[in-house]
Ligand binder design. Structure first.
Ligand SMILES: [Zn+2]
Length: 345
């Protein structure tokens, strides 16, 4: 299924109450994160209306993009503004032409509120609303992005989500953190996946995250943020000139494939023994995933078997139900297993 995300405004559109906050920059980053979360699901393609951070297409072209590309869902991402600095809360607007979209709008609004509220205390759902105007005697959507998106029948769901107020110190402070945007992206993606019954790509995890270059960033400063080196990033992104990165450029940060205690692993298809020269697997062993119990012995020394560094396979996990079973307590070569996901603690 196709989804169009529309980060509102341009790069320096709508400064917030905190210096350096621009709605147009923050929601652009949110769109990138949400795209990554959504594309972890099968058959999901996400198009962002602003190809580059500095792009600022017309309202008609933003909604028009969704109408043109056959999206089912269109979301315009914003943070709100008011002259009263006390104004706060999350608003969702839906299309008057799509009465069936009320429910998903409510789920999305509630998910954003739940996420923000853990950190801001004050955030609440102002409502899932329509805003209309009369044109040539016809009632139509007031907001241009919504109006232009629902010109196509394919767009069954069209929303504007206002993620709190950037004129409110507390909510602006929350939206200013990269972690907050990631939390919101995860919450929104979960709601969308559940609503449309999307399946997580089997046994695959996103092996990188996308970082949007901000003014003042260097490859070294980005690398430091993610505990890697500029060399690794330059190579991974195939950068011709590592000294030349520009605002709004996307740098892929490879996620570690290192295996740690607590990670969930799977035995590689082409392996028949636990480690080189070790015991053959009993038939059922490969049907399960495993939680890594240990990566070293009791003295903290790595364990070698058959010349390979090994980890202890702990409790087995039923791949269909996710249920944990008893531990199998077998050492297996790190080379023979692959990481499925880092277990959340
Ligand atoms: Zn806005």
């Amino acid at each position: 299924m196709r989804i169009t995300l529309d980060p509102g405004h341009g790069q320096f559109g709508n400064p917030g109450v905190l210096p350096g906050y621009y709605e147009g920059t923050r929601v652009y980053m949110l769109a990138q994160l949400l795209k990554r979360e959504l594309e972890c699901y099968e058959d999901t393609e996400v198009i962002i209306t602003r190809k580059r951070i500095e792009d600022n297409p017309s309202l008609a072209n933003r909604g028009g993009e969704a109408a043109k590309n056959g999206s089912v869902l269109f979301i315009s991402l914003h943070s709100n503004a008011a002259s009263n600095p006390a104004a706060h809360g999350v608003s969702v607007f839906r299309s008057i032409k799509r009465p069936d979209s009320e429910h998903l709008g409510r789920l999305l609004g509630a998910a954003v509120v739940d996420t923000m509220k853990k950190h801001t205390d004050i955030t609440y759902l102002r409502g899932v609303m329509t805003r209309t105007e009369s044109f040539d005697g016809q009632i139509q959507d007031y907001y241009g992005v919504i109006r232009s998106s629902v010109k196509s029948e394919s767009v069954r769901y069209s929303y504007i989500i206002e993620h709190g107020f950037h004129t409110n110190l507390t909510e602006c402070g929350y939206m200013f953190s990269d972690e907050a945007l990631q939390q919101i992206a995860e919450a929104e993606a979960e709601v969308i996946a559940a609503y449309f019954n999307l399946k997580k790509k089997d046994g695959q995890m996103c092996d990188y995250i996308e970082y949007v270059v901000q003014p003042g960033d260097t490859l070294t400063s980005i690398a430091r943020k993610y505990g890697t080196t500029w060399r690794v990033l330059a190579e991974y992104n195939k950068l011709q000139n590592p000294d030349l990165i520009i605002d709004g450029q996307i740098i892929k940060i490879p996620l570690s494939t290192e295996i740690n205690t607590g990670d969930v692993v799977r035995i590689k298809e082409d392996k028949d023994t636990y480690y080189p020269g070790g015991n053959p697997f009993p038939k059922w062993v490969k049907d399960y995933d495993y939680v890594v119990g240990k990566t070293a012995d009791s003295r903290g020394e790595p364990v070698y078997r058959g010349g390979d560094k090994c980890v202890l396979l702990g409790s087995k996990i039923n791949r269909k139900t996710g249920a944990h079973g008893s531990s199998i307590n077998s050492w297996a070569s790190m080379e023979y297993i692959e990481k499925i996901r880092a277990e959340k603690i």
